[in-house]
Design a protein around this ligand. Structure first.
Ligand SMILES: [Zn+2]
Length: 102
């Protein structure tokens, strides 16, 4: 099962989905569909977004629920989800990790 989630482009603020090749992979290499900026970062244990690349916000989500993921991306890009700060990301990710990891 791949790891999936959302990242936010530091250049144009566009939220997009990401997906790793496997659950062992922690490398993220994406090109923004909005401004074509290339972002390479490493998912850490908590995927808190405090990775190697400054200002790239990353959220990890349940890989079994791709529809909700796309819905969340849409809502974030519409601005109907408040921009989260790092501490909120960490709380979200902790809750997520508890909810679906064995
Ligand atoms: Zn961009």
């Amino acid at each position: 099962m791949a790891r999936v989630g959302i990242w936010k482009c530091p250049e144009c603020q566009l939220h997009q989905t990401w997906k790793t090749r496997s659950d062992k992979s922690n490398k993220l290499d994406r090109k923004c569909t909005g401004c074509e900026k290339r972002v390479r970062t490493t998912l850490d244990r908590s995927a808190s977004g405090k990775g190697r690349v400054r200002n790239v916000e990353i959220w990890e989500r349940n890989p079994n629920d791709w529809a909700s993921l796309e819905e969340e991306v849409r809502r974030r890009n519409e601005g109907s989800v408040a921009d989260s700060i790092a501490s909120i990301n960490e709380n979200e990710n902790r809750r997520l990790a508890e909810s679906f990891r064995p």
